[in-house]
Write a protein that binds this ligand. Structure first.
Ligand code: OGA
Ligand code: NI
Length: 352
């Protein structure tokens, strides 16, 4: 990634500002009231539910501390990720993503048709993960996808599996808090994840000679229910603040996880909680590593506003769409430069 290929260069209006605001940032939420060893009072618990609900509504993003994920599990996957990416391109490309294998290594992802300054390794939580065989909406055929595992580091597979289990535990706690904040039973979302398509992504953003012209990840929204992100101490993640549309940097907090609402949750909540745009800046000196976990429903899930949250005064804002086809469509446009915008939930919006 030495010299800058024009494929990475953003249109002037989307280029990042090198000086950035660190003003009122995303809320920081302490999850200790729900750690299993704690005896929590009803008032404390209700306070937490409200805090989560407010953060979802006002920001679509928040950070959590005292989340119960053991630090050593995070350190282990971080270490495995650094070892993997430190290898030669030739070595990494042995586990490259291709037409048949959707998980694995890739270094040519595009966001909104501009190339991202990064390389990634994707690892599915469920093996095999069942996905639609094609983008064709009428084609019901599915395909079984397995993980590709590199020879080095040998512990990568087990480390990712372990970390994935921790991410699932945290996801279910968060889903409960979010469900309660919407006035729903705590377990309301559980059923959607039986045959989930969730995955962990290892991200590596190498130093970039022209950080003012390119982005690590261009502005985008995450498609799933939730994303749980671990970022290192370099920083670079920016969130579009809902109140004024400014890009705000999420300051790295040691051992915190950054949570964001994805498109699926926006649809379920009928726009009460919105999936917010974010992007990643790169810099010329330091490489950056991050670890998102994307919580995704089963491929056959029809995403649509929850019945309990709609009524005559507040009718459904989206028509139902198939999650598997939606994500397959997105993934396809992320890997090649197309001349059209990729699929977004507003394409399913019911006009008012
Ligand atoms: C993503 C993403 C943020 C980061 O991969 O969808 O937003 O900090 N990543 O790497
Ligand atoms: Ni994202």
């Amino acid at each position: 990634m030495g010299e800058v290929d024009p494929a990475f260069i953003l249109e002037p209006e989307h280029r990042p500002r090198i000086s950035y605001i660190e003003g009122k940032g995303v809320p920081l939420i302490d999850l200790s009231p729900i750690l299993s060893s704690n005896n929590v009072s009803a008032i404390e618990f209700e306070g937490l539910v409200k805090e989560v609900g407010d953060a979802c509504k006002e920001w679509g993003f928040f950070q959590v501390i005292n989340h119960g994920v053991p630090l050593e599990k995070r350190e282990k996957i971080d270490d495995a990720s650094r070892k993997f990416f430190a290898q030669s391109l030739e070595e990494k490309r042995k586990v490259r993503r291709n037409e048949k294998e959707v998980f694995g290594y890739h270094d040519t992802e595009h966001t909104k048709n501009v190339r991202d300054w990064k390389e990634v390794f994707d690892f599915a939580i469920q093996e095999p993960t069942i996905l639609p065989a094609s983008l064709d909406p009428d084609d019901k055929e599915v395909t079984e996808c397995n993980n590709q595992c590199p020879e080095y580091p040998p512990e990568l597979r087990e480390t990712c599996q372990d970390y994935g289990q921790e991410m699932l535990k945290l996801s279910y706690k968060l889903l409960e808090l979010i469900a309660l904040s919407l006035g729903l039973p705590a377990d309301r979302f559980y059923g959607f994840f039986k045959d989930q398509t969730s995955y962990i992504r290892l991200n590596h953003y190498p130093p970039c000679p022209t950080p003012e012209l390119a982005l690590g990840v261009g502005r985008h929204k995450d498609g799933g229910a939730l994303t749980i992100l671990a970022q290192d101490d370099v920083g670079g993640l920016e969130v579009k603040r809902k109140t004024d549309g400014e890009w705000v940097r999420v300051k790295p907090t040691p051992d915190a996880y950054i949570i964001n609402i994805g498109d699926t949750m926006q649809v379920w909540s009928n726009d009460r909680y919105e999936s917010v745009e974010h992007r990643v800046m790169v810099n010329s000196e330091r490489e950056r590593f991050s670890l998102p976990f994307f919580l995704h429903t089963a491929h056959y899930t029809m995403a649509k506003p929850l019945e309990e949250l709609i009524n005559e005064q507040n009718p459904a804002k989206y028509r139902a769409f198939n999650w598997g086809k939606f994500i397959a469509n997105r993934k396809c446009s992320n890997f090649q430069k197309l001349n059209v915008e990729n699929l977004q939930i507003y394409h399913f919006k019911i006009s008012e």
